[in-house]
Ligand binder design. Structure first.
Ligand SMILES: NC(=O)c1ccc[n+]([C@@H]2O[C@H](COP(=O)([O-])OP(=O)(O)OC[C@H]3O[C@@H](n4cnc5c(N)ncnc54)[C@H](OP(=O)(O)O)[C@@H]3O)[C@@H](O)[C@H]2O)c1
Length: 325
């Protein structure tokens, strides 16, 4: 069946929340998926999908037949430019009238990370395509920056990232999804690029305190180092581009260079979700989103998962860090 609204990334962070909300509002759409497993997963959630692979332009042309509006989001790895520009080209051929693209805060041709430079290239390609567009530039997601260490937070009561005492105005995926839905369903958003952050910039001591209140057990922030995080990401099989991005974002945070706050959400009539609220919702299992990245089921990953909580507890004991509670 052909749909006038197509969502990519409907199994990922923002796409998942957008899909659930469109379904709740009875707005017809289809999700583009690139595996039968994902098709079945979405069907079980009552979401219709069409096959389409960012790596296969013909499949995207088929998925885009009859589509007027599309949400574009893709895994932030080495292929982002190739995949998203192929989607824009296929959309142009199919006569798509609006693309809402998920980019990232600070994206641009001379940005500090490969991921941000790639978004800069795609943004330019989208603008040049002649298709009407809205660009979303969100900062780091609360979901991503918390779920990455969630096992350790729960099992060892420790959150450890190389963020020093720097702050970042992280945003909840649900707020980004709300902006995307507005751009897809309301007039007045075309030709706009929205910088999206939460309402408050906070550091990891404050995150630990909010997580502790939500979980009801001690959570302590232990400032980590880049080498440790790089090693963990290597074991988990995180590709080089997102790895470099994460390390540099934490470096910018440590150096107090990513503390900016934008009021786009409030200007669009959205009350930003605070980290404290996010933490409560996460514990209650109602945050939505959730990165689709799955670490490989290897011996090293199993070993690391088994050993890290004990190692973190020891690190906490020897660090002399005062427990948050
Ligand atoms: N995470 C953050 O904190 C953050 C913050 C700001 C901006 N962003 C930007 O948001 C974007 C998405 O990042 P994310 O981490 O949130 O990822 P995500 O949206 O959770 O996951 C990526 C989505 O792309 C789909 N996909 C991947 N390869 C595909 C292919 N070949 N064909 C069709 N679909 C494919 C995935 O489906 P499968 O699961 O089926 O592969 C998944 O649904 C990136 O551009 C990133 O730079 C992220």
């Amino acid at each position: 069946m052909s749909h006038s609204l197509l969502l990519t990334g409907a199994t990922g962070n923002t796409g998942q929340v957008i899909a659930e909300e469109l379904k709740r509002r009875l707005i017809p759409f289809a999700a583009m998926v690139h595996s039968e497993r994902r098709k079945a997963q979405l069907a079980a959630a009552g979401i219709e999908s069409v096959m389409g692979d960012f790596d296969n332009p013909e499949s995207m042309e088929r998925a885009l037949e009859g589509v007027e509006k599309a949400y574009l989001v893709c895994t932030p790895d080495e292929k982002l430019v190739q995949r998203e520009t192929a989607f824009i080209n296929a959309a142009k051929k199919a006569g798509v009238q609006l693309i809402v693209k998920c980019s990232a805060l600070l994206a641009g041709p001379t940005a500090e990370t490969q991921n941000l430079r790639s978004h800069g290239v795609v943004e330019e390609a989208l603008i040049k395509s002649g298709i009407a567009y809205t660009i979303l530039r969100p900062t780091g997601y609360m979901q991503t920056f918390t779920l990455f260490g969630w096992d350790m937070i729960q099992k060892a009561g420790v959150i450890s990232m190389p963020a020093g005492d720097g702050r970042m105005a992280m945003v909840d995926v649900r707020d980004v999804a709300t902006v995307a839905i507005k751009a897809l369903t309301e007039p007045g958003h075309t030709g706009k690029a929205y910088d999206i952050t939460g309402a408050e910039a906070f550091n990891l001591y404050e995150m630990a305190s909010d997580l502790q209140k939500a979980l009801g057990h001690s959570v302590t922030y232990l400032p980590g180092n880049e080498q440790q995080l790089t090693m963990v990401m290597r074991v988990l099989g995180v590709p080089p581009t997102p790895s470099e991005h994460v390390i540099k974002i934490f470096r910018m945070q440590r150096e107090h260079r990513i503390e900016m706050i934008h009021t786009t959400l409030q200007e669009l009539g959205i009350t930003p979700i605070t980290y404290a609220q996010f933490a409560r919702d996460l514990v209650a299992g109602r945050t939505g989103g959730g990165n689709s990245f799955q670490p490989p089921d290897t011996f090293m990953v199993r070993l690391m998962n088994a050993m890290m909580p004990t190692m973190m507890k020891m690190q906490l004991a020897f660090s002399g860090a005062k427990k948050t509670g």
